[in-house]
Design a protein around this ligand. Structure first.
Ligand SMILES: [Ca+2]
Ligand SMILES: [Ca+2]
Length: 109
Protein backbone atom coordinates (compact mmCIF):
# COMPACT_ATOMS: atom_id res chain seq x y z
CA UNK A 1 0.00 0.00 0.00
CA UNK A 2 1.41 3.34 -1.07
CA UNK A 3 1.31 5.94 1.64
CA UNK A 4 0.12 9.32 0.47
CA UNK A 5 1.71 12.48 1.71
CA UNK A 6 -0.72 14.89 3.29
CA UNK A 7 0.95 17.87 1.72
CA UNK A 8 2.24 18.37 -1.80
CA UNK A 9 5.81 19.53 -2.24
CA UNK A 10 4.92 23.19 -2.61
CA UNK A 11 2.70 23.08 0.46
CA UNK A 12 5.50 21.58 2.49
CA UNK A 13 7.70 24.39 1.25
CA UNK A 14 5.07 26.89 2.34
CA UNK A 15 5.04 25.33 5.79
CA UNK A 16 8.78 25.78 6.00
CA UNK A 17 8.31 29.35 4.86
CA UNK A 18 5.73 29.95 7.58
CA UNK A 19 8.28 28.58 9.99
CA UNK A 20 10.72 31.14 8.63
CA UNK A 21 8.14 33.85 9.19
CA UNK A 22 7.92 32.74 12.80
CA UNK A 23 11.70 32.98 12.90
CA UNK A 24 11.39 36.62 11.85
CA UNK A 25 9.27 37.20 14.92
CA UNK A 26 11.84 35.28 16.95
CA UNK A 27 14.69 37.38 15.66
CA UNK A 28 15.99 35.34 12.73
CA UNK A 29 15.69 36.72 9.22
CA UNK A 30 13.80 34.95 6.48
CA UNK A 31 15.53 33.39 3.47
CA UNK A 32 13.74 33.45 0.12
CA UNK A 33 14.20 30.81 -2.58
CA UNK A 34 11.60 31.48 -5.27
CA UNK A 35 9.39 34.16 -6.78
CA UNK A 36 6.45 32.55 -4.97
CA UNK A 37 8.17 32.84 -1.61
CA UNK A 38 9.15 36.41 -2.42
CA UNK A 39 5.51 37.26 -3.19
CA UNK A 40 4.42 35.58 0.01
CA UNK A 41 6.85 37.55 2.17
CA UNK A 42 5.85 40.73 0.32
CA UNK A 43 2.18 39.99 1.07
CA UNK A 44 3.06 39.61 4.73
CA UNK A 45 4.74 43.00 4.71
CA UNK A 46 1.72 44.58 3.02
CA UNK A 47 -0.58 42.89 5.53
CA UNK A 48 0.79 44.81 8.47
CA UNK A 49 -0.93 48.05 9.34
CA UNK A 50 1.88 50.40 8.38
CA UNK A 51 4.12 48.56 5.86
CA UNK A 52 7.84 49.31 5.94
CA UNK A 53 10.86 48.01 4.07
CA UNK A 54 11.84 44.72 5.69
CA UNK A 55 15.24 43.21 6.38
CA UNK A 56 15.73 39.78 4.87
CA UNK A 57 18.47 37.29 5.67
CA UNK A 58 20.70 37.96 2.66
CA UNK A 59 24.15 39.17 3.67
CA UNK A 60 27.23 40.31 1.76
CA UNK A 61 29.83 40.50 4.56
CA UNK A 62 31.51 37.20 3.70
CA UNK A 63 33.85 36.92 0.70
CA UNK A 64 33.83 39.44 -2.13
CA UNK A 65 31.21 42.14 -2.71
CA UNK A 66 28.14 40.84 -4.47
CA UNK A 67 28.77 37.32 -3.22
CA UNK A 68 25.78 36.96 -0.89
CA UNK A 69 24.84 34.30 1.64
CA UNK A 70 21.63 33.58 3.55
CA UNK A 71 22.10 33.92 7.28
CA UNK A 72 20.21 30.65 7.84
CA UNK A 73 22.81 28.81 5.77
CA UNK A 74 20.44 27.79 2.97
CA UNK A 75 21.52 27.81 -0.67
CA UNK A 76 21.68 31.21 -2.36
CA UNK A 77 19.61 30.16 -5.37
CA UNK A 78 17.22 33.06 -5.97
CA UNK A 79 17.50 36.84 -6.14
CA UNK A 80 14.91 39.59 -6.54
CA UNK A 81 17.08 42.71 -6.53
CA UNK A 82 15.63 45.70 -8.32
CA UNK A 83 17.32 46.77 -11.56
CA UNK A 84 20.12 48.91 -10.10
CA UNK A 85 20.83 46.67 -7.10
CA UNK A 86 22.95 45.30 -5.59
CA UNK A 87 25.30 48.28 -5.87
CA UNK A 88 27.58 47.30 -2.94
CA UNK A 89 26.15 50.12 -0.80
CA UNK A 90 26.12 47.81 2.22
CA UNK A 91 26.21 44.22 3.45
CA UNK A 92 22.54 43.80 4.43
CA UNK A 93 19.44 43.43 2.26
CA UNK A 94 15.98 44.94 2.51
CA UNK A 95 12.77 44.09 0.69
CA UNK A 96 11.06 47.22 -0.59
CA UNK A 97 7.51 47.37 0.75
CA UNK A 98 6.12 48.91 -2.45
CA UNK A 99 7.25 46.33 -5.02
CA UNK A 100 8.85 43.46 -3.09
CA UNK A 101 12.22 44.00 -4.80
CA UNK A 102 15.47 43.90 -2.88
CA UNK A 103 18.26 46.37 -2.30
CA UNK A 104 21.56 46.03 -0.48
CA UNK A 105 22.29 48.72 2.08
CA UNK A 106 24.24 49.38 5.24
CA UNK A 107 23.23 47.19 8.17
CA UNK A 108 22.81 50.09 10.61
CA UNK A 109 19.50 50.20 12.45
CA1 LIG B 1 30.11 39.08 0.04
CA1 LIG C 1 22.18 49.31 -2.60
Amino acid sequence: VRRQNIFSGSQVHLLFLLQSVCNILGGNLVSIHSALENSFVHELILAIEDPVDAWIGLHDAINQDGDFIWTDGTLEDFRAFNGTEPDTSGDCTQMNESDGCWADLACTM
